[in-house]
Write a protein that binds this ligand. Sequence first.
Ligand code: FAD
Ligand code: SF4
Length: 462
Amino acid sequence: MANMRLDKNPMPEQDPVLRAGNFDEVALGYTPEMAIDEAKRCLNCKNSLCRTGCPVKVRIPRFIAKVAEGDFDAAYEIITSTNSLPAVCGRVCPQEKQCESKCVRGIKGESVGIGRLERFVADYHMNKEVKDEVKVPESNGHRIAVVGSGPAGLTCAGDLRKMGYDVTVYEAFHKSGGVLVYGIPQFRLPKEIVAKEIDNLKAMGVNIINNAIVGKSETVDELFADGYEAVFIGSGAGLPMFMHIPGENLCGVYSANEFLTRINLMKAYKDGSDTPIMPLAGKKVAVVGGGNVAMDAARCSKRLGADVYIVYRRGMEELPARHEEVEHAEEEGIIFKTLTNPVKINGNENGYVASMTCVEMELGEPDASGRRRPIEKVGSDFDLPVDCVIMSLGTTPNPLIKNTTPGLEVNRKGGIVVNEAGLTSHQNVYAGGDAVTGAATVILAMGAGKLGAKSIDEALSK
Ligand code: FAD
Ligand code: SF4
């Protein structure tokens, strides 16, 4: 019989005071008992609405039923038949806006903890002492190139490999994983977990070449000349935006992308790092923006010993970051300066940040995005003393591939234009993920990678 308890089993977490001083994972994961108990809350609905909210169509009620029976291996099989990165998705997907937002148990009480269960199953499998043998699909002799090893590229590569294609992924960085390794911090997504998911793909026969920038080392057209029959572009949206206010070129101003890459990928917080960041212990940091990236930059700064402000021009209600991330940031002592907008960054005599001049805002009528428009309060400007400013205003796709691929159409925001099959304006070139949509989510990028793989297979099977 279903467990009719109204609330989800809470996620065990590191204590906020402790975790604000370390980079260890915040959420600790369910025990088998907690997972089985939570799985029993699922009604196994015939018309499972939760599935309609999942961009990679995980067979949610089926895997949850297996968890409820304690058959975690079968649950893993079911999840991985459509999702090649379950340990990642279980940690970072905004389930509250996707599968869980559709769950009928959410009508009266809390939805089933689908994400927490997915994470449990993936971790259970990863920690098993005796590993299942990886099935290496037989080659069908067709070669495909994938640009970028983020969730879009990896999903496309994994799905094509499962269908028998010989897939090579070209990745600009020395490590694979895209934003999963250089953006999302260790305390939300341990890098060992990303590495293990990538190892699974490699064991299946996906070939990854690192330090290979398509557009510099080889162009897309040269990949075709090398014998690839189709190319999937999953190069993400790594170009940061700035406010274009005075003082943005002072020492101590970072884009969130640069700041997080230095910390996550280059381990800048460790002694002797080749790409350090300024020492932040005892300093004041302002992170400008209110999305997940801003929360990550703020929480990293806190862990490096700084007092941290989130400076955001709308109110708490309008913060675009996941609710859970905002809550975690508040628990860790991040100060939210909402309805506040920077207008100038002021330097000291050495060219370093000394303060940021801000104005107070109020909310007017909704704008085109449906959110209330922030309006400046006249004469409300004040100086916020800070030593470091991190701009987290969003990112756009890097123009390198567009500039080196004749005939590749992009929109006015730099996103590659694709049709409903993920095909670009260039023959046999497909694209998906942030490179198409601009900064979005892991699961949407994975959905686009799946679509790309399916479309490539359909085109080459004709
Ligand atoms: P990316 O992950 O950006 O991967 C693109 C890859 O392509 C990179 O590795 C890049 O080096 C490589 N590349 C680029 N150009 C070239 C080239 N010319 N040649 C070869 N390789 C190239 N989403 C969530 O769902 N939940 C979250 O909690 C979340 N938190 C986030 C936190 C941060 C700090 C950031 C920055 C993003 C976050 N996102 C989150 C968004 C999510 O990570 C992205 O939407 C997702 O990673 C996009 O996947 P992608 O594969 O399209 O691109
Ligand atoms: Fe289970 Fe909720 Fe999906 Fe119904 S909607 S099958 S209760 S997870």
